[in-house]
Design a protein around this ligand. Structure first.
Ligand code: S3P
Length: 168
């Protein structure tokens, strides 16, 4: 396996952090969750950052953090689900890292909605139809990847093992 960073992308609540953490542990690499890093810097939750400073400030932080992570090696990084909307982030990640898209069908994602919704400001106040629209719009953005993993009905452990095998 080469020393390029492994980057996880995908919709909110798909399991980027859980899978990323496990892959990092199995590969003995440092794990970074970009939302957590930004939250640490502000000392408040993402939803509070959105409320207090606005989405634009969050997206700017996301940009500078991810661009600097792309200059490093041997990391496993889980990106916030909206990070890939920014072209500069997409280009930097695709050029220097291995980008893994964790995919999930909308039907399966819907089953998790109650666990996800409260901490995700982007979903706030949206109807299920609007969420569905956002989900499919984002799929186009996530089609920019190196590896896609279908995660429907799969255990986290199996997903991590599948990824490691593919990277060998
Ligand atoms: C967002 C996804 C979240 C977080 C923020 C915005 C998005 O990350 O960055 O709430 O726009 O999709 P997760 O994908 O880890 O939930």
């Amino acid at each position: 396996m080469n020393d390029r960073n492994i980057i996880f992308i995908g919709f909110m609540g798909v399991g980027k952090t859980t899978v990323g953490q496990l892959v990092a542990q199995k590969l003995n690499r440092k794990f970074i969750d970009t939302d957590e890093e930004i939250e640490k810097e502000y000392g408040i939750a993402t939803s509070e950052i959105f409320k207090k400073f606005g989405e634009k400030v969050f997206r700017e932080k996301e940009m500078s953090l991810i661009i600097s992570l792309c200059k490093q090696k041997n990391l496993v990084v889980s990106l916030g689900g909206g990070a890939f909307l920014q072209e500069e982030i997409r280009n930097a990640c695709l050029a220097s890292c291995i980008v893994i898209f964790l995919d999930l069908t909308f039907e399966k994602w819907r089953e998790r909605i109650n666990l996800i919704i409260e901490s995700r400001p982007v979903l706030n106040g949206k109807s299920i139809e609007e969420m569905k629209e956002l989900f499919y719009k984002r799929q186009e953005i996530y089609s920019n990847h190196h590896i896609k993993i279908d995660t429907d009905n799969k255990e986290v452990e199996d997903i991590a093992d599948q990824i490691i095998k593919l990277l060998e």
